[in-house]
Design a protein around this ligand. Structure first.
Ligand code: TYM
Length: 332
């Protein structure tokens, strides 16, 4: 039986952080044996914010190296740069004819960008979800491992697939968000103001490239409070976030100890943060060091990108030929 197809991507706009790791990469690694996986660096998507051309290549190579250092095996999955697969922009163009200005303007991530950067509301930003749909539909994927912030984009990809199918004939499966446990992960920033991010909240975001000292400093500065006033109180979201981070990096006894301390109003956040900082250092350091080593070996990274692109283009060509035929673009 053929394996189910999986697609996911990460923008090359900065350093990867724990949100990227626990929201996405960790699932990629767990999926690589049982599924037919296509994972890519979304370099075209990063162009919406006009990155310095000199910075683009190092960013793409860093994302690639950090994925490999996190356990992704380029022998098992297609690992490629979005811009190496020209069939993606071709499908993007086709899907743009089925996407409406009104619905694109309503997307929360678009509205956020307009609010934060009113000087750069370009058409690429508006049609960002269409390009993302093309990334997924180009391989006719059924499962897409992403964090909570991408759920709305996935819903739009399903809408575009459904619109294509009803206009031209059944062709695209409707891709679904995938995760191993039912909760979609959202890693908040340590200051309790929004999510960990590649470009915002940098002092409250832990990056896979952070030094041990950076990690300790950031965690010790994480927002806490006086502690709960009564037993078994509900946790404020910034405290919950520390427990989420602990649950992914610390051992079960440690988690149980601090959960009990919280529930019995005996928690000392200083001790909790000290423990979390050490467990986090032990978690991040091997990934950081392995990624740095990978980045020094550019020849190997180039080879991985090339092989990944060949595999991705093979699958993409079949989809484009099918889509062209259904649309009526088959003149020869
Ligand atoms: P990007 O590059 O912002 O993030 C990559 C992945 O990391 C997840 N993520 C988080 N998860 C939990 N907590 C956080 N704080 C956090 N921050 C980021 C994201 O959900 C994502 O899974 N538009 C996408 C890239 C993309 C894509 C695609 C993804 C382009 N085409 C096709 C899937 C399929 C993005 O900007 O992700």
């Amino acid at each position: 039986m053929s394996k189910e197809i999986v697609v996911s991507g990460i923008r090359s706009t900065g350093h990867l952080h724990l949100g990227n790791y626990f929201g996405a990469i960790q699932n990629y690694v767990k999926m690589q044996d049982a599924y037919d996986c296509y994972f890519f660096v979304a370099d075209y998507h990063s162009l919406t914010t006009h990155p310095d051309p000199k910075a683009l290549k190092p960013s793409v190579f860093r994302v690639l190296a950090e994925n490999i250092a996190s356990g992704l095996d380029p022998e098992k999955v297609a690992l490629y740069a979005q811009s190496d697969v020209p069939e993606i922009p071709e499908l993007y163009l086709m899907l743009n004819m089925l996407a409406y200005k009104g619905e694109l303007e309503k997307v929360p991530t678009f509205k956020d960008k307009v609010r934060l950067h009113p000087e750069n509301v370009n058409a690429g930003l508006l049609t960002y979800p269409v390009l993302m749909a093309a990334d997924i539909l180009i391989h006719r994927a059924v499962k897409v491992p992403v964090g909570k912030d991408q759920e709305q984009h996935l819903e739009m990809a399903r809408n575009f697939a459904e619109r294509f199918n009803s206009r031209y004939g059944e062709f695209f499966p409707e891709p679904q968000v995938f995760r191993f446990n039912s909760e979609t992960v959202k890693i908040m920033s340590l200051d309790g103001t929004g999510k960990m991010s590649k470009s915002e909240n940098v002092n409250a975001t832990i990056y896979l490239s952070d030094t041990d000292e950076d990690i300790r400093k950031k965690i010790m500065k994480a927002k806490t409070d006086q502690g709960p006033a009564e037993p078994n109180a509900a946790m404020p979201d910034y405290i919950q976030n520390l427990f989420v981070l602990m649950s992914v990096t610390s051992g079960p006894e440690t988690i149980a100890r601090f959960t009990d301390a919280y529930n019995s109003c005996n928690i000392r956040y200083g001790d909790m943060k000290k423990q979390l900082a050490e467990d986090m250092v032990a978690f991040v350091a091997p990934i950081r060091d392995h990624a740095a080593e990978q980045q020094r070996d550019e020849a190997t990274l180039r080879k991985i990108l090339k092989t990944g692109a060949e595999k991705a283009r093979e699958s993409a060509a079949v989809t484009i030929a099918g889509a062209r035929k259904l649309i009526g673009i088959n003149y020869y």
